[in-house]
Design a protein around this ligand. Sequence first.
Ligand code: PLP
Length: 352
Amino acid sequence: MGGYVSGEQPQGDGWVKLNTNENPYPPSPQVVDAIKKAAGGRLNVYPDALATEFRNVAAELFGVDPDWILPANGSDENLTIIIRSFCDPNDTIAYPYPSYVLYESLAAIQSCPVRRIKLNDSFQWNAADSKAISSSARIVFAPNPNSPTGNCWTADQLLQLLPDAGVLVVDEAYGDFANSPHRGELLKDDRFDRRVIVTRTLSKSYSLAGIRFGFSVADPEITAGMHKVRDSYNCDAIAAAAATAALQDQDWMLRNREKIILTRKRLLAELPHFGFTVSPSEANFVWTVHESGRHRHIQEQLKRNRILVRFMHFPDAGVDNETLDGLRITVGTDLEIEKLFDALERVVATVS
Ligand SMILES: Cc1ncc(COP(=O)(O)O)c(C=O)c1O
């Protein structure tokens, strides 16, 4: 199999990192305090295997009982746990395409065939075609907002993806950036038959990509099954303390969210001046296609200016199976975005 290739993580200072959708702002000071406190605690013993305090806080935020919450070492681990819980080899996994590339690698690890639900130019699927694919799948993954396209789908649309005898995983890694952020409404929507799993990460809106913490929210029966599959101590004491403090400081997260949304507006307004077509975004990144088609070149030239953006290549995309290439650009600080514009001024002159 071809393994998943994550975005570049350069070590050292001086980079403008707009390639892996991290939050440009630091985590809450309360998180730093919680880490210090946990580090001064009893690190010689195993952590609370259930991350009880975290589950209590997350449950309150989502308006559910704690037995709906399954903490994990990053939401990527939640995805792995879900596949290992629900799929035997040869069970089908489906997802909108283009979307998060990792689903395909995780499916390959479990020897599961994948089926792509092709998105049209407006990043929507055809209901009849999607039904034919999703109904027989064991798992359908749907990022909401989607990555890399940045758009959200409604509950009615997501319902079209619910398998006949499987689960729908709504990957809300970027959920807090959506225009109207939801907190597990789908979980209480009877039409989904309690067969929906929402996954969340602390990496994006809570500025904790370096800590590795994510969680899923699902019916207790589903969650109990997934507990059997995860490693007993999949979350360490320091990460759990940090994640708990992060969720407790909603004001901090919301303030950063506001800043990111304002900068996103600027980015969407300015990029067309450099020859990019942009798509509306409800995430902390924007999907762009350049009129020259020379995305790889633009990405490489920006890198020479110490600015990283993500070049993405999706073969067999769209209803006509054409190739979709583009750049996914994370919303940084205003200063970082200004550096991007400065560099684009020069770089774009070399492609037109
Ligand atoms: C759609 C989507 N889901 C999940 C993740 C993984 O997040 P985490 O850092 O919690 O593993 C990402 C990370 O980029 C993502 O884009």
